[in-house]
Design a protein around this ligand. Structure first.
Ligand code: PAZ
Ligand code: MN
Length: 903
């Protein structure tokens, strides 16, 4: 019914509303869609009278719809419609593209896609789990450049998955069911019930709005949702949702599953083609065991009433704990030997080796309490909690294994919020599975353990387009306020959200959460645990804080620093608001780092690239759009001022010397890196040009990795062998200022001079002092003022669109056919994962026969070992002593020039 693409060509609203309505209805089929389209066309064209006319017609004639009142347009101004699960037209944020006076202007419907719904819920007995989607708009204003590049690359528009990182985000949040009002406040504050804050009319509740929900609470609280938010809950079957959620996670999320034995977390990458069959054990209040054999193909084969509710219920009665988390935390200080009867208690301290039971094996949970003349008060709540936790976890593990055996299932995935990333719980379950299966079966856990149902409900909106996502298409981020971090964070402590409205300087809920001084720590035991005799069985799990830190060194957590916060605040004008956001950012980011130091695997397997990206994401999350804006501008200006002299110098050289000087120039200019502590210290000691000169003067070959001679041979050939020029080179540029202006642009110019098309590939979003695709055309335009080669190529590549229109330059006729283009990479990070790039870049890469990756982030931290089908040159200066030692057994400021011919 509705084109899934985001662009529609529609008729301009010049004819009358009825004619327009008919035209639109012919085009889109549905009455509702037609009404909305017409209404919004007038709205966008600013025609209030026509808008009113449409509403009048709706009222009077009911539009001869034949589809009943249900299909009448809702109250004016409400741009988002949710109805059932069929795809709908979404005209929020619609814009007429181009001239409104044109006869058939294009209307951009940025929110229109097959993924219409923003929110789904799983309302369980103890917790409400919420999954919502927020779209990040592509904020680039360089539409002309994009259009020109796309035309040149023959790239069709409207691909929703063009820019994966900019596309949108799935968020996971949980609340206690008994605090359902906090959940409703949250939904309201983020306007999730009517399309999110991105919606054109965020405050208007869609009376016909429907939110997918699963779990018992979807029935129990339906009226409350209607009353408070004006939305109906569309109930989805719980088991369907659990399975859909689990399948989605296991197929689409990198390192979703992991094993947990003796405190060691080991991520398991599941092959999506080899996922089925498996046993899904969902531990909520009760426990469901589901045999999953395919997408939507499953059977609930078993379950047990002894589950999370049992632990919490009995625990509350026996310990007087006020919350599940408190009970869980208590267990960490517990010693179950005071409660449980162990094999050793029965056998006088000995193992029962004949049947493989060690002395420390639990023979009978709570068994010791029968033989002693003690009352409840005589036992420590900590011990009770741990004993209870063990009893229930072992029991679940055992029943799960027996069912896996019954149906010959090798893999068992445990989910549900009972687990909460709790090391003891996971170890206990793993012990049980391992013990009973003699090591044949393996328990696996899921990082999004508690959100299976909510995710499944989210997926149940038809045509979300998420079902066929591949692992590399989803990028995981760790927002600062993410309540899903386990440990003490348990839903965002929203407090009185209404306060927010009263505060003139808008404080986000996240900041509020941070102001409360929440500590992000994982639950790790603090008391020493009893050892085992090594006989296996139900031993005491060994999960200790220290054992979780095993991979800390690989994470380089220490290299991230917070100094740029000051720059970030300055970049936003140094206002009080910016200062507060800066403080909040610092607080939040420190908390995340502390959490990672405590438990490096807390967010899955993270490398330095992820951490650097996380930092940029955090800045963005606190609305620091471009923290290095002014630094970049300053450096660009200084470098552009000396560019003409550099070009004259280069032009006076012979080919060979020039090529070497160019490569030296790139390496020397890569010193301007605001991500390196050492370099930032250096900047205090001289001007940009002084540092650049010093860096150049220090360029001595051979570099630590020096393939220049092979590269030169490929470029210039030898006396006996002429080499053809490359057809198209992709230059992955790095930093602003000298790096791009005095390093990469002159190299690009050389390639252009030799007849190679050049595509400058730059970040879509700011990261440190990296130049962005949006900034590049202006820099090129400035440089082109001093260079004919660059000017002609930039014109041919559509970079100097304005110049082409505005000047009557005679040299245009003999424009070089070799274009210089700028393409965005789809990233906002100093590093690049080449599996996740913009469609624009993917298209540009198709005909490339040379790739040049520049800088530490793109050429060393990532891609140093990447092999390409075309020639590849990796250029970087190493600006970190530790990395220099590790990577090239060298020193800080050593250089790398790694050339690999096409493989
Ligand atoms: C963030 C960076 C990868 C940026 O380097 P670039 O890609 O600009 O050459 C680099 O500065 C880095 O690895 N920094 C680590 C921290 C430090 O060396 O102090
Ligand atoms: Mn950089």
């Amino acid at each position: 019914m509705v084109d899934a693409n985001s662009k529609f060509t529609c008729l301009v609203p010049r004819t009358g509303p009825v004619t327009k309505f008919r035209e639109c209805r012919r085009q889109f089929g549905g009455v509702r869609e037609a009404v909305w389209l017409v209404l919004n066309l007038y709205k966008m064209a600013g025609s209030f009278e026509k808008e009113q006319e449409v509403l009048g017609i709706i009222e009077e004639k009911k539009l001869e719809s034949g589809e009943g009142d249900r299909d009448m347009a809702p109250a004016a101004g409400n741009s988002i419609h949710r109805s059932g699960s069929r795809p709908q037209l979404d005209v929020s944020k619609a814009e007429i593209q181009g001239n409104v006076e044109e006869k058939y202007p294009t209307i951009l419907l940025p929110n229109q896609s097959d993924d219409l719904s923003h929110l789904a819920l799983d309302i369980g007995g103890s917790l409400i789990k919420l999954v919502y989607f927020s779209r990040r708009e592509n904020q680039s204003a360089d539409d002309k450049r994009k259009k020109s590049v796309k035309e040149r690359l023959g790239l069709s528009n409207g691909n929703r998955r063009s820019f994966p990182i900019l596309g949108g985000r799935l968020h996971f949040v949980k609340f206690e069911t008994r605090k359902i009002n906090e959940c409703l406040d949250f939904i309201h504050s983020k306007q999730l019930h009517c399309g999110g804050l991105e919606s054109r009319y965020p405050d208007v509740t869609d009376q016909n709005g429907i939110i997918k929900a699963t779990g018992g609470g979807a029935y129990k609280y339906a009226d409350l949702f209607k009353e408070r938010l004006g939305v109906s809950l569309d109930k989805e079957d719980e088991m369907d949702c659990l399975v859909a959620g689990a399948n989605f996670l296991l197929k689409a999320i990198r390192h979703e599953a992991f094993t947990h034995m003796e405190g060691q977390k080991e991520f398991v990458q599941i092959d999506p083609n080899d996922l089925f069959p498996y046993l899904l054990v969902n531990i909520g209040s009760g426990v469901s065991m589901i045999k999953v054999v395919g997408d939507g193909k499953f059977e609930r084969i078993s379950g047990t009433n002894v589950g999370g509710g049992t632990y919490w219920g009995l625990g509350r009665l026996l310990t007087k704990c006020k919350s599940f988390d408190e009970l869980l935390e208590l267990s960490q200080k517990g010693d179950n030997r005071t409660m449980d009867m162990l094999v050793g208690d029965i056998y006088g301290g000995l193992d029962y080796s004949k049947i493989g039971l060690s002395a420390s094996t639990i023979a009978s949970s709570f068994g010791k309490t029968i033989s002693e003349k003690k009352e409840l008060e005589d036992y420590r709540p900590e011990d009770i909690s741990l004993s209870l936790l063990r009893m229930i976890s072992y029991n679940i593990g055992q029943i799960a294994y027996l069912n896996a055996l019954r149906f010959r299932l090798k893999r068992i995935f445990f989910g549900g919020f009972f687990i909460r990333g709790h090391a003891y719980t996971m170890d206990t379950i793993s012990f049980a599975v391992q013990f009973w299966s003699n090591g044949e079966a393996q328990a696996m856990f899921l990082r999004h353990e508690g959100f299976l149902g909510a995710l499944g409900a989210f997926m149940s909106y038809e045509k979300h387009g998420l079902d066929d996502l591949m692992v590399h298409q989803l990028v995981e981020r760790f927002p600062m306020g993410a309540p899903y971090t386990g440990g003490k964070i348990h839903g965002p402590p929203l407090g009185d959200l209404n306060e927010k409205a009263k505060v003139s300087l808008q404080i986000s809920w996240m900041e509020k959460f941070l102001q409360k001084g929440t500590e992000i720590t994982a639950p790790v035991p603090t008391t020493p645990l009893a050892g085992t005799t090594g006989l296996g069985g139900f031993e005491v799990p060994l999960s200790k804080g220290s054992t979780l830190r095993s991979d800390a060194s690989a994470l380089n957590v220490g290299v991230l620093h917070l100094v740029p916060t000051l720059e970030a605040v300055a970049s936003e004008g140094g206002t009080d608001d910016a200062q507060r956001r800066g403080d909040a950012f610092a607080h939040a980011f420190s908390a995340h780092l502390a959490r990672l130091m405590e438990e490096p695997a807390a967010y899955g397997k993270l490398g330095l690239a992820n951490l650097l990206e996380m930092r940029e994401e955090c800045l963005r999350e606190f609305q620091f759009v471009d923290a290095y804006r002014s630094i970049k501008q300053r450096e660009n200006e200084a470098s552009l001022a000396v560019l003409p002299d550099l070009l004259v110098e280069l032009d006076s050289m012979d080919e060979e010397t020039r090529l070497l000087t160019l490569i030296e120039g790139v390496l020397a200019a890569n010193i301007f890196d605001w991500g390196s502590r050492a370099c930032v210290d250096l900047y205090h000691k001289g001007t940009i040009i002084e540092i650049y000169r010093m860096s150049r003067n220090k360029m001595r070959r051979p570099w630590r990795v020096d393939d220049f001679d092979i590269f030169k041979e490929r470029m210039l050939g030898t006396r006996d062998k002429k080499m053809p020029h490359h057809k198209r080179a992709l230059l992955f540029v790095d930093n602003s200022g000298a790096d791009i202006v005095l390093g990469m642009l002159p190299l690009a110019r050389e390639l252009l001079r030799r007849g190679t098309e050049v595509v400058l590939v730059a970040n879509s979003l700011p990261a440190l002092n990296d130049v962005t695709a949006m900034e590049l055309p202006d820099i090129v335009a400035e440089a082109a003022k001093h260079c004919d080669i660059l000017r002609r190529a930039a014109e041919a590549g559509g970079l100097l669109v304005d110049a082409m229109i505005n000047t009557s330059d005679s040299s245009k006729q003999n424009s070089s056919s070799v274009p210089l283009m700028v393409v965005e990479n789809g990233c906002g990070s100093p590093c690049i994962d080449l599996r996740q790039v913009s469609s624009e870049l993917a298209a540009a890469a198709k005909d490339a026969d040379l790739i040049i990756l520049e800088g530490m982030g793109r050429a060393l931290h990532t891609n140093l070992n990447a092999r390409f089908k075309c020639d590849a040159l990796k250029l970087a200066m190493v600006k970190n002593q530790r990395l220099a030692e590790k990577l090239i057994k060298g020193n800080i400021y050593d250089c790398i020039c790694k050339y690999e011919p096409a493989s």
